[in-house]
Every structure is written in C-alpha cells, then in structure tokens.
Write a protein that binds this ligand. Structure first.
Ligand code: TA6
Length: 293
C-alpha cells in the first residue's frame, strides 16, 4: 500500500506466491495479472493520469448512475473521487487460510462532491485475489440514515482481448437488450453467441449470472459470475467512435471489450438503514477448458 498524489495505491499479490496480482488506484482496478504475469485488463496507451479521476481502462466503479442523465456526470462521481483504506477493520486480509487476499476500501466524497447528489450513503468496496488468480469485487452501498435514494451501478470492466473480431460472448443469447446506439430502443438478441464487426453499445437486461467471453486467439477466456447485478453492458467503440476519444488509440478497439456486470434497467432504491450488495467474480481460463464454464 502507498499514497501517490493523494491516491491510495494497493497491490495484492497471489496468496500462493505466484506472479498473479491485482493493482488498484483508489477504487479503480488498474491491473489484473495471471500466474504468467500476463495483463488481463485493458488500459489505453493514451490514458492520462489526472488523480483522482479514473483512467481509460481497468475496472471503474460507476455509481450513483451508469449512463448519462440530469446533473450527474456520465457514469456518476464514484470513479473520479478519492477512496481510502477502510480502517474499520484490518483493510488488508489474508483470509480463508490463505486461499484469498483482499483489501477493503471506502469512498470518501467531500461535501462539495455531494452537492449534486445530497444523500447519506456509504460505499465500501472489497477486492479479492484468490490463490487461483480469480478477481472478485464486492460493493456494499448503504443508506446510512437519510431519505430513500435510488441509483444505478456498473463495474465498468475493460477486458484485454487479442482481436475483437475473434471474440464471442456466450450467455446472453435470446435476451432483450437496450441499444444505446438507437436511443435505448429495446431489441431481442437472436440465438447465437454475440460476435463483433462494428460498434456495439448495449445493456442486456435480466441476464443469467454467468457470462463467458471466449477469445480463442489469446488462448484464454473470461468467465464472469455476478450477484445482485441483473444486467450486462457490452461496449466496443469500433473505429469511428475510437477517433473521438482523446484518451484512446485509433486502433485500440481491436484489443478491448467492455463487459460490465451492472444494475441499469431498474434503479436500486434503498430506504434508511438498508444496504445493497453487488458482486462480480472474474476468472481467466485457458481456452481448452472454457467450454465447461
Ligand atoms: O459502455 C457504455 C458507455 O456508456 C459507452 O456509451 C461509452 O460512453 C462508455 O460507456 C465509456 O464511457 P466513458 O464515460 O468512460 O467514456
């Protein structure tokens, strides 16, 4: 753990001493490496560090909204604020007899930060690295004692892929989705796995709790397991949109895919004292056994 420009930086190393590790800048996961030291998350080569703002890539906490509406900034303020170690109990934990290592962080909004969203909440984030190299995130959001409030949420997750045209997503077949490219109009996904040949920006609603991202080229695939997060956002900007983002290379869309465990279609409402929990677990499995996810 160290402090860098006021940003709490944490590196979790594999509990079994292998080279798997997870790095965080505040509430953003900026790196997740497997036992061979391969980076599994995408970060743009043009990302700029403007602490505490999130950089283009990694896994970003989108709260209290995902998307764009009203006075809040797109995807909410949580990803652009300072976080601190949650000192209420030992923030770095080697738990479950060394099978996992975890860190507890808490969002630290200032009075000013909350002017646009005056609610009394606590957002605690626990990040785990298992001895098998799996990465888990648990977000606990509590209405401390204020009036009821509603929010939407996403783990905005940039997966590193070898070549987007070789990637398929399984687990979202036949689901309805809201298409952000046509004013959130509702469509139904046809039967096959999702493949990519142009910009995709969709919210698959009421999705199953296991989704697989198959990347045969890279000899590994991702399995995403989630709880409390009914939706999955799928985004690839493709070429044209890529050119409009200053912190994203023109060709980088080929090496990334956002697959976000989320709660977007139906906002979550908390009454005073109520707490919501959203969990996402990521595994990177070699392609040989990805079919048994
Ligand atoms: O993933 C859906 C999306 O809303 C896209 O429309 C795109 O805007 C992306 O999120 C990235 O948003 P950001 O604010 O990080 O540039």
């Amino acid at each position: 753990v160290r402090d860098w420009n006021g940003v709490t930086q944490v590196v979790l190393r594999s509990p079994k001493g292998a080279s798997a590790r997870v790095s965080l800048h505040g509430g953003q996961v900026v790196s997740w490496k497997n036992d061979r030291g391969e980076e599994l998350l995408f970060t743009s080569s043009k990302a700029f560090f403007k602490p505490p703002n999130a950089t283009r890539g990694g896994i970003q906490m989108c709260f209290p909204q995902f998307g764009y509406s009203g006075t809040l900034e797109r995807h909410g303020f949580a990803r652009n604020l300072f976080w601190a170690l949650d000192d209420e109990h030992a923030p770095i934990n080697h738990n479950d007899n060394g099978s996992k290592v975890s860190v507890d962080l808490i969002l630290k909004p200032s009075e000013d930060d909350l002017k646009c969203w005056p609610h009394c909440f606590e957002f605690r984030l626990r990040v785990f690295l298992s001895k098998d190299g799996d990465l888990s995130l648990i977000s606990r959001i509590r209405n401390v004692n204020g009036k009821p409030f509603s929010f939407s949420f996403a783990y905005h997750t940039y997966l590193s892929v070898s070549d987007i045209s070789e990637v398929r997503i399984e687990g979202l077949e036949t689901l309805d989705y809201l298409d952000n490219l046509s004013h959130q109009e509702r469509f139904t996904e046809q039967g096959d796995a999702i493949t990519f040949e142009s910009e995709v920006d969709r919210v698959y609603v009421s999705s199953p709790n296991v989704v697989a991202v198959l990347d045969h080229e890279k000899k590994h695939s991702f399995v995403i397991r989630k709880e409390g997060l009914p939706d999955v956002v799928v985004w690839n900007p493709w070429e044209k949109k890529s050119r409009t983002m200053v912190d994203f290379g023109d060709e980088e869309y080929k090496q990334m895919l956002c697959v976000d465990a989320a709660a977007v279609e139906r906002a979550i409402t908390l009454k005073p004292g109520e707490e919501w929990t959203g969990k996402m677990e990521l595994s990177a499995v070699s392609s040989t056994n990805c079919s048994d996810h």
